[in-house]
Design a protein around this ligand. Sequence first.
Ligand code: PML
Ligand code: MG
Ligand code: MG
Ligand code: MG
Length: 258
Amino acid sequence: MKEERYYSVRMRAAKNGPHEHGGKHISGGELLSTYSDLKNSVNALLEKGLHHSRGTPDFMQIQFESIHEPIKRIQPLHIDTNEADTVEKGRKLSRLLLEKVGIERQVIEKAFTEWTKYSGMRGAILIDVHSGKRIDDRQEKGVRVSRIDWMKTNFELWADYFHVPKSTRIREALVIATKVCAHPATIAELCWSDDPEYTTGYVASKKLGYQRITNLKEYGDERGCRIFFVDCRKDLNAYIHYLEKQPVFIHWEVENET
Ligand code: PML
Ligand code: MG
Ligand code: MG
Ligand code: MG
């Protein structure tokens, strides 16, 4: 890739005032842009925030900043789609996958009991795999994975190859999961959307890949979930810094598929 200056562009939208004054989170988005493409990038995020099934925002913030750190390129996680015909079966499978990566059953159950407390957040929550306790200090904000992108043209080649729908939602979720799981302190991610019209979610880890599960929540439910199960008691600040600040481009090369 040609060495060019990139900009991190971020958007957050809320209803009934800004998030920090108790507004309801509507939409968030992030991408990496060149200077010449900033107008399009800002517009893409504006569009995303303006039209959302969680509601019409009355607050939006879009900001950009130049990036000075070198951008890491990462191959996307392997993808699988698991069909579950009920939410109960979907949730059961997600628990099983979390167990498969070594997370203790009581830690998983604690997360499944407590996730609704965090369901209105714009970021993720970090749960310590040993204690099952939330360990980030971001209160109602959560931790937002930023400085990430996947060029649409490369994503579409990948989507054709794996017969995956060319959906922006899948692209954005896989970008987050891939960056998060590339860090050795991440044991797994559990996620489903806060979009009431979208019921597919996933469990991801380096070992499992990106395991989509249809029916991880009931249609119409606005409560989303994004939990990172982590093993990083010593280096929590460095871990959060990685999630928020390390610039990452997902890039797929067919030669890497074996
Ligand atoms: C979101 O909407 O923010 C999360 C979507 C997660 C699932 C995406 C998919 O693979 O279908
Ligand atoms: Mg969303
Ligand atoms: Mg989001
Ligand atoms: Mg597979």
